[in-house]
Design a protein. Structure first.
Length: 330
């Protein structure tokens, strides 16, 4: 059951529908239900499936939900703490106690969202990445009150529907992926601030340099290949010169102050027409689909036999590292 029918909520629903789950979506604006169905059907189609009408059920409110048979609830409403807390207060009272509840918040801690809930031990962050149906990762972040059983169950459910779940063991801002991503973004904007490179060259350096390699191996495995001694030497030289500001960059502050938000306002670093936005978004999604197909034999669960490019153990660590990772070494 998905609470929220925005873009993220629709695409999260599509993931479960594509896996054959009966899926309820709380979509308060019934006048938009046709648009919701069309979006979900398109997302399922992009995943290679077909939407069957008897699997998707739109509900006008939480009190219209059929709770019998519900196995998971995912909240995906607007990113405002008081709104999420209100939704979780309702879910706390209405959802059967054995059902885990996840929040798709991208930055708010589940500890803060669920603090006043009596069943907060069955609540965790379940963070997807836009577009949710095309990006395989889901971060499962454990709150201060979340039981290990809840974490285990969410990990199993998301694996069963073809996602790549990662376990985040502490409730910190940004969880795992966004912490790494924002460290990159801080340096990227700093490079632009300093005139070291243009936005176009920053994007090219990431896409066609180290970012290109990340499709095949993550940063830790990359450095296993290159040599940790080489990483140590480079880090000793480069780290002292990196940006460590605790506030957003000058360039970013100025763009936001000017209302230049990117495609949503028609102007960011570049100017955008509706046609350009549609064309670029289509290109972006097509590349993601190609990357997903490329990764499938070696990364997605259940797509290959062990020894034939199958998924590596211990949260997709390389097979050679199984003993070390399995021992609990971070």
């Amino acid at each position: 059951m998905v609470v929220g029918s925005g873009i993220m909520g629709r695409d999260i629903a599509a993931i479960f529908l594509n896996a054959g789950w009966q899926t309820q979506v709380v979509a308060p604006a019934s006048g938009e239900w046709d648009a919701v169905r069309r979006h979900v059907a398109q997302s399922v189609s992009q995943m290679g499936g077909q939407l069957y009408g008897d699997l998707l059920h739109l509900r006008p409110a939480l009190d219209a939900v059929d709770w019998s048979g519900v196995e998971i609830v995912i909240e995906s409403v607007t990113e405002r703490l008081e709104v999420k807390q209100g939704v979780f207060a309702q879910l706390d009272a209405m959802v059967p106690r054995h059902v885990p509840i996840g929040s798709n918040s991208s930055g708010m801690r589940i500890t803060d969202i669920a603090r006043a809930c009596s069943s907060r031990e069955r609540m965790a962050n379940a963070h997807f990445f836009l577009p949710a149906h095309l990006v395989p990762l889901v971060e499962i972040a454990r709150g201060e009150f979340t039981r290990g059983e809840t974490m285990d169950r969410l990990m199993r459910i998301f694996s069963d529907v073809g996602r790549i779940p990662v376990r985040v063991n502490r409730d910190v801002p940004g969880f795992l992926a966004n912490r790494i991503q924002h460290a990159l973004m801080r340096e990227a904007f700093s490079v632009i601030d300093e005139g070291l490179a243009t936005p176009e060259d920053v994007d090219a350096a990431v896409r066609f340099g180290f970012g290109f390699r990340y499709v095949a191996a993550g940063p830790i495995l990359q450095k296993e290949f290159a040599g940790l001694d080489t990483q140590f030497a480079a880090a000793s030289s480069i780290y002292p010169t990196l940006c460590n500001d605790s506030v957003p960059s000058r360039t970013l502050r100025e763009k936001v102050a000017d209302g230049r938000f990117g495609t949503k306002s028609g102007h960011g670093f570049w100017r955008w027409t509706d046609e350009q936005i549609a064309r670029e978004r289509s290109r972006y999604e097509q590349v993601l689909l190609q990357a997903q197909r490329l990764l499938a034999p070696s990364a997605l669960p259940g797509t290959a036999e062990p020894g034939e490019g199958g998924a590596a153990p211990a949260a997709w660590a390389p097979a050679a590292a199984q003993e070390v990772v399995g021992s609990g070494t971070p």
